[in-house]
Design a protein around this ligand. Structure first.
Ligand code: RP5
Length: 171
């Protein structure tokens, strides 16, 4: 296991959640919560593209061999982490633009979404770590019927909640 990351959940991690700084965690923790909700084991850590470039490249090169299926990478500002990881692994990479104090996350979004042809990153909305976790679970679920069944239940609960809110308006 990489020294940069901590395991969460039971079993071998299938998803890696990494971020450029611990200051991204208040946003990125929602990705872990989404994976917890559908019981997908994951690992979490700080892997900075700019402050620890070689360790970041080594981490990205190691993930497929360690059995991970998807990476979620969050960063703010000059947010190069998701794209750089996507350049050293063939696993799907989901990028989360983290909003910083200035520019409302537009800088992060554009840094992540404008990838050159041939090196894809699936970019979620600014601050969209929860959806990144759910998207990662869907990718895992495509080859794991148990995870897919838990995602089906999750969607059914979403509908129930939305209907209950509508009902509350009518009373
Ligand atoms: C980025 O710089 C990180 O992803 C973070 O969003 C931002 C600021 O990092 P800190 O200065 O708070 O460590 O690389």
């Amino acid at each position: 296991m990489s020294e940069l990351v901590t395991r969460r959940g039971s079993g071998e991690p299938l998803v890696g959640i990494v971020m450029g700084s611990d200051s991204d965690w208040p946003v990125m923790s929602a990705a872990g919560e989404a994976l917890d909700a559908v019981e997908v084991a994951h690992e979490v850590g700080v892997v900075s593209a700019h402050r620890m470039p070689q360790a970041m490249l080594d981490y990205g090169a190691s993930v497929a061999g360690r059995g991970l299926r998807v990476l979620i990478a969050g960063a703010g500002g000059a947010a190069h982490l998701p794209g750089m990881l996507a350049s050293v692994t063939s696993l799907p990479v989901i990028g989360v633009p983290v909003p910083l104090k200035y520019l409302d996350g537009l800088d992060s979004l554009l840094s992540i979404v404008q990838m050159p042809a041939g090196v894809p990153v699936a970019t979620v909305s600014v601050g969209g770590a929860r959806n990144a976790g759910l998207l990662a679970a869907r990718i895992v679920g495509a080859a794991d019927p148990q995870v897919q069944a838990r995602l089906d239940r999750f969607r059914a609960e979403l509908e129930e909640t939305a209907r209950a809110k509508g009902d509350a308006l009518r009373h």
